[in-house]
Design a protein around this ligand. Structure first.
Ligand SMILES: *Cc1c(COP(=O)(O)O)cnc(C)c1O
Length: 356
């Protein structure tokens, strides 16, 4: 089977080999307080810094999931006012977390399948955290990274928090123009689920310090606690060593291949998928604005039959695509175009879609 699902997703091709090596070396029995673990964390840190071109003031923390980072970021970085760009289910969940925590959570919302035009947005003065979902996995809408940078120019005051879960590592964000970003590893990195990665700059740590003690800031997973441990390449609790080990090695593999090569391949494969959808009589791209079409999660309307029939027919050929999200479950399919999906797999999928 080839998994074109947008998370969990097809495993990166080198995962099996790294997993076997880790088993042979008994990595998962080593203490997380050992020098061996500190060395692993440091190696992950070096690799992730290189992959994202992180400025020096960024720290890298590990959590259990991206969902956890929604909550921890709001707890650690806000006392009151948050602002959310909502255009799908994941951006809506970040907003929900702010409401659950009793924040004054304001929102700019556009219909499902649409994106934002940075120059049209207004963010209220006094906003502490501006939450943006760079790639809406539910609808296949992305925010071009240049628009993220425009947001920072227009609204320099709030901390800019970027959910890049299904955009990483493709999205070439200039991290000096945002304040924090996060992802979990079961999407674009092609790894087993259960690890969140949180990239946090000095501005965030300063803001967190001003709130520490004034309110509940996230306890043992507050930014202060994570930073305290990070300085020795340690974690507040026993971490997902399996996830960290595999992430480190897959990121090193991606660096050896070249992130520029991965980005170019992603764009070429996305182009092929969208061209097919535009020319097809049976499918159409869901996102009408080309600039907002995600290169990493391609959502297609199925025009003349229930989407479940397409999904079943593809499955019989060994190709697993995602169903539409929520109300679109039987009208759409979602196709992940992550780095683990090589060109020849896209060729096979496009061919099968063409003869359905
Ligand atoms: C999958 C996803 C999440 C949640 O990730 P978890 O690892 O399940 O917590 C958050 N945001 C986006 C955009 C996602 O695609």
């Amino acid at each position: 089977m080839v998994y074109f699902t947008p998370g969990p997703a097809q495993l990166y091709p080198t995962v099996a080999g790294h997993l076997q090596t880790a088993l042979d070396k008994q990595i998962f029995s080593q203490s997380h307080r050992s020098q061996a673990f500190k060395d692993l964390y440091q190696r992950a840190d070096v690799a992730l810094r290189a992959l994202f071109g992180l400025p020096d003031d960024y720290a890298i923390y590990f959590t259990g999931s991206a969902t956890e980072i929604w909550e921890r970021s709001l707890q650690s970085l806000t006392a009151q006012n948050t602002f959310h760009l909502v255009n799908g289910s994941f951006s809506k969940k970040y907003l929900d977390h702010a409401k659950w925590l009793g924040r004054n959570a304001q929102v700019a919302e556009v219909p499902f399948g649409q994106g934002f035009y940075a120059q049209d947005l207004q963010v209220p003065a006094g906003t502490e955290l501006l939450a943006v979902t760079q790639n809406e996995t539910s609808s296949g809408v992305c925010m071009p990274v240049t628009d993220l940078h425009t947001l920072r120019q227009a609204f320099p005051e709030p901390l800019l928090s970027v959910d890049m879960v299904s955009g990483a590592p493709y999205a070439a964000i200039d991290f000096s123009k945002i304040d924090m970003a996060f992802f979990s590893v079961q999407k674009g990195f092609g790894l087993p689920a259960g690890l969140g990665v949180w990239l946090v700059n000095e501005r965030c740590r300063q803001k967190a310090a001003t709130l520490e003690g004034r309110q509940y800031t996230g306890g043992h997973y507050s930014i202060a606690a994570l930073q305290d441990q990070y300085q020795q390449f340690q974690t507040p609790c026993t971490p997902n060593v399996l996830g960290i080990y595999l992430l480190t090695h897959v990121v090193e593999d991606m660096l050896a291949k070249g992130i520029d090569v991965i980005r170019k391949e992603t764009e070429a494969k996305a182009q092929q998928l969208y061209s097919f959808l535009e020319e097809s009589e049976h499918f159409a791209p869901f996102v009408s604005e080309p600039a907002h079409r995600s290169p990493t999660v391609v959502v297609a309307n199925v025009l003349d039959k229930p989407a479940s029939e397409v999904i079943t027919a593809l499955k019989a050929k060994g190709l697993v695509v995602g169903s539409g999200y929520g109300a679109f479950k039987d009208k759409q399919i979602r196709i992940a175009n992550f780095p683990a999906i090589y060109q020849e797999k896209i060729d096979i999928l496009v061919n099968e879609l063409g003869i359905l």
